[in-house]
Ligand binder design. Structure first.
Ligand SMILES: Cc1ncc(COP(=O)(O)O)c(C=O)c1O
Length: 424
């Protein structure tokens, strides 16, 4: 370390093209591009360095790394944006999936009206990243959080959900103290048995309290049905959403009876969005996972019984085989700290016969007994995570790769998982 403190070396991580376009690596700068430069200490880094550098071949990326297949990711973004436009509904994708303003900006560039967040800290990071319209699609409890949320409403259009009258009073006080205005969605329990007031008159009574509050506006109904998303059979998912629609209809009638109207009916995830969009009642979709499409969502079925393949796997864990002491097993450097297993084990990608099992903190096992060609020690493999959201939250960096699957696969962009750990 020098006397002036640690020496720093510049590191390009994102280049934006005014008016849209993809982030690209530093050497590709063109006139008018906007570059963000990180200064990383050369010695004793206090936070993890990115596992890759722009322009690097995929095989040189350090592991375990969170890889985005940029080609598949962009097709997924476009697919949902086109779907929403054709269906005539608004798209407000959930940023809890990606926790990245880089991704949110790309969704908005394709027509999304804004994003959803689940946490105030996520919303703060989205607003700091330039997102102007954020719905916290969740209840917020606690004076400190509400003060932060109300302050944020001075910098962007902010919405929040409620399912209790005293929470309405708390939010009103926070907004009054901050001198701001918040949009408030009344959340109804459409069958998911998570948050949400009972549909019908109880929801209408809550909406009346919101509408009567000086610093709040009644912004509509939050009607997300979480537990329907991963129901495997398409007709069962459709039935769940049909019941949700009936609850929304009953609530709209109760609102009308008290002279109120809900202009926005928001909900839907990657498992059910087609049904909400076709309902004629929902007019805003909150799907999140479609951008990455995890292994668990791939177990859902289409109406014709085939696998739910409308979106492509675009998120991977890149892992190295660190030990191969017995023929039938390989040990990977990606365990519980690299990939979430709450929705099942990660799926080895394009490695026929291989099964990922028995993860511990830093290790994962690959059973390769049935592999026609088992990878050797030192080789690297791709895994599709079982559940994308909690896997993303384990990593500091997205490594965006162009041409994944081809011999020329190269790192194009590094995006920070900016809202990693933003749980409060
Ligand atoms: C309120 C809300 N909306 C939307 C979503 C997005 O769902 P998915 O990631 O399954 O598309 C979630 C996910 O849990 C959610 O909680």
């Amino acid at each position: 370390m020098s006397e002036e403190g640690p020496r720093k070396r510049p590191f390009w991580y994102f280049v934006g093209r005014p008016g849209g376009g993809n982030g690209a690596a530093g050497p590709c700068l063109a006139g008018g591009d906007v570059a963000m430069v990180l200064l990383l200490p050369e010695e004793k880094p206090m936070s993890p360095q990115p596992p890759a550098a722009p322009g690097m071949p995929l095989v040189d990326v350090d592991t375990p790394a969170l890889i985005v297949d940029l080609d598949a990711f962009e097709r997924n973004l476009r697919g949902m944006a086109d779907f929403a436009a054709q269906a005539g509904v608004r798209l407000r994708p959930h940023a809890k999936t990606h926790k990245s303003p880089e991704v949110a900006r790309r969704q908005i560039a394709l027509g999304a009206v804004g994003v959803c967040c689940q946490k105030v800290a996520e919303a703060e990071i989205m607003v700091a990243g330039g997102i102007k319209d954020v719905l916290v699609s969740n209840e917020v409890a606690g004076a400190r959080k509400l003060a932060r949320l109300a302050a944020l409403a001075g910098r962007a259009k902010i919405g929040v959900c409620v399912d209790a009258a005293d929470n309405v009073e708390e939010i009103e006080r926070a907004a009054a103290d901050a001198g701001t205005r918040l949009g408030v969605m009344v959340e109804i329990d459409v069958g998911g048995r998570r948050c949400g007031v009972a549909p019908g008159p109880a929801a209408a009574a809550l909406a009346e309290r919101v509408a009567a509050s000086r610093h709040l506006s009644f912004a509509g109904l939050q009607a997300y049905y979480g537990s329907a998303q991963h129901v495997r059979e398409a007709n069962e998912r459709a039935q769940h959403i049909a019941r949700a629609v009936a609850h929304v209809d009953a609530t709209l009638a109760a609102l009308k009876a008290v002279g109120l109207e809900a202009t926005v009916i928001s909900g839907a995830g990657t498992g059910t969005y087609e049904h909400e969009a076709a309902s004629g009642v929902y007019n805003e979709l909150q799907a999140g996972s479609y951008i990455f499409m995890d292994a668990d969502y791939a177990r859902n079925k289409r109406a014709d019984g085939g696998p739910f393949d409308r979106f492509e796997h675009a998120l991977f864990i890149y892992a190295s085989i660190m030990s191969a002491t017995v023929p039938e097993r390989r040990v990977l450097d990606a365990g519980l700290k690299a990939v979430a297993i709450d929705s099942g084990m990660p799926m080895p990608w394009q490695l026929p016969g291989a099964v990922y099992l028995r993860p511990s903190d830093e290790h994962g096992n690959l059973d390769v007994a049935a592999c026609p060609r088992a990878p050797a020690r030192g080789e690297k493999v791709l895994l599709v995570p079982g559940h994308c959201d909690p896997t993303v939250n384990l990593h500091d960096w997205y490594v965006g790769v162009r041409g994944l699957g081809g011999a020329e696969a190269r790192v194009e962009s590094l995006w920070p998982v900016a809202a990693r750990g933003a749980l409060f």
